[in-house]
Design a protein around this ligand. Structure first.
Ligand SMILES: Nc1nc2c(ncn2[C@@H]2O[C@H](COP(=O)(O)OP(=O)(O)OP(=O)(O)O)[C@@H](O)[C@H]2O)c(=O)[nH]1
Ligand SMILES: [Mg+2]
Length: 190
């Protein structure tokens, strides 16, 4: 079975909520701040084979959890850089997160995720700024709401399809439908 490692980084902006929505279709208003690193494993099946997807949900405190973050970046096939559309400070702080992931190999796919779109209407000007940031830093941009399940399925399918495109051992037809087969949740803190 193939294995895809996806890492979520960013300020406090809904990373864990996105992982919960993607992995088991749930959402909680009351959340605890992620201590270190949490891992959720989900198996997806396609017509041509199973793929184990490891979702690494990181703490926004990189200085305290420096070692676990560095370890997990090394395993990454895809990184989701998440910010809160309703809190512009989390967008302005993306330069910090860019530095944080600056040593990733070029083959790692990068996704910029503007979460909490249910809370605000993004102005045209702000949207242009986000898209410019995404383009110059080679991110694919997704506007999402973990709360209202907006954009989350598209994001997950894109990550899987991008992975399968460059890992043809698992699959050769990238247009195959991806169906959730089962899921196992586990937590680990390093
Ligand atoms: N309205 C709305 N609230 C959200 C959404 N996603 C997350 N939240 C809320 O935002 C708060 C923080 O969410 P978390 O998922 O814990 O954020 P995080 O990035 O994992 O935070 P840290 O682990 O502290 O880095 C919680 O109260 C969530 O319920 C969303 O799409 N819309
Ligand atoms: Mg969290």
């Amino acid at each position: 079975m193939g294995e895809l490692n996806v890492v979520f980084v960013g300020d406090q902006c809904g990373k864990s909520s996105l992982v919960n929505r993607i992995s088991n279709d749930t959402f909680n208003i009351v959340m605890y701040s992620t201590p270190g690193l949490e891992l959720t494993v989900k198996t997806v099946t396609t017509d041509l084979g199973d793929l184990k997807v490891l979702l690494f949900d990181t703490s926004n405190n990189t200085s305290k959890f420096f070692v676990s973050h560095k370890l997990v970046y090394r395993k990454a096939n895809a990184v989701c850089l998440v910010f809160d559309l309703a809190n512009i400070n989390t967008f302005r702080n993306l330069s910090y997160w860019l530095r944080e992931i600056s040593e990733l190999p070029a083959k790692v796919k990068l996704y910029l995720v503007g979460n909490k779109c249910d809370l605000c209407t993004v102005s045209e000007e702000y949207n242009k700024e986000i898209e410019y940031f995404a383009t110059i830093n080679r991110f694919q941009y997704f506007e999402c709401s973990a709360k209202d399940t907006i954009g989350t399925i598209d994001l997950f399918n894109q990550i899987i399809n991008d992975y399968l495109t460059v890992n043809p051992i698992i699959i050769t037809d990238t247009n195959s439908t991806i169906l959730v087969k089962n899921e196992i949740k586990s937590n680990c803190c390093y």
